[in-house]
Design a protein around this ligand. Structure first.
Ligand SMILES: [Zn+2]
Length: 188
C-alpha cells in the first residue's frame, strides 16, 4: 500500500461523497494515479510527487479554465478533483516510503512512519507502544535499472471494494427510490 487501486479509490470516494457526480469522481480517481507514471521515465517518486508542482499545475489549470467557457461551478469541482487526486497521492505515499513532497523547497524526501503496537504478557498489564518517526533522506532522482512493485494486493482490493460498494450501494438505493417516487407521481 498504497497501490494504483488505493490511489484511484480514495479520491474517487471522497469526490462521490462531496459531490454526487461520477465524472468529477472519475477525474479525481484518474488524476490520483498519474504521479506514478513517472516510472515511464525510469525514476520513481520523482518530482511528480511534489506538492509544489501540484500547486503549479492547479494554478495553470485554473487560468485555463477561467479563460474557457466552463461554468464556474463545474470549474470549481474540476479544480477540487485535480487537487485532491494529486495531493492525496503524495500524502499517502509519504506514509509508505520516502517521498519528495516538498521538492524543490525542501531537497529531502520525507517518510512518516507510524506504528502502534500492543504487547501482552502473562502477569503484566498490556502495553500500547506508539511510535511516530519523521524521517528525511536527501532527494536523489537517479534512474533505476530494474523496477519491481506490487500493482495491488488482496488487502487493497478488499478495502477498496468495500468502500466503493458502500458508496455505490447508496447511489443505487437513491436511484431506485427516485424511480419509485416518479412512478407513484405518474399514477396519481
Ligand atoms: Zn506514488
Amino acid at each position: 500500500m498504497p497501490d494504483p487501486i488505493t490511489h484511484f479509490a480514495v479520491p474517487f470516494i471522497a469526490m462521490r461523497l462531496l459531490k454526487k457526480d461520477y465524472k468529477i469522481a472519475v477525474l479525481a480517481g484518474v488524476v490520483g494515479i498519474l504521479p506514478d507514471f513517472d516510472v515511464l521515465s525510469r525514476i520513481h517518486r520523482s518530482v511528480t510527487h511534489s506538492i509544489v508542482l501540484h500547486i503549479t499545475i492547479i494554478a495553470i489549470l485554473a487560468c485555463i479554465l477561467i479563460l474557457s467557457k466552463v461554468k464556474s461551478n463545474i470549474r470549481k469541482w474540476i479544480l477540487i478533483a485535480v487537487a485532491f487526486g494529486l495531493i492525496s497521492h503524495s500524502v499517502m505515499d509519504m506514509f509508505y516510503d520516502y517521498t519528495p513532497i516538498l521538492y524543490p523547497i525542501l531537497q529531502h524526501d520525507i517518510l512518516i512512519h507510524v506504528d502502534v503496537s500492543i504487547h501482552i504478557q502473562e502477569g503484566q498489564i498490556p502495553q500500547i507502544l506508539p511510535k511516530l518517526e519523521i524521517l528525511l533522506r536527501e532527494t536523489n532522482f537517479t534512474s533505476f535499472i530494474n523496477f519491481e512493485a506490487s500493482l495491488t494486493t488482496g488487502q487493497t482490493i478488499i478495502i477498496s471494494a468495500l468502500l466503493l460498494f458502500t458508496v455505490l450501494t447508496e447511489e443505487i438505493y437513491n436511484g431506485i427510490n427516485n424511480k419509485r417516487i416518479k412512478l407513484s407521481r405518474k399514477e396519481v
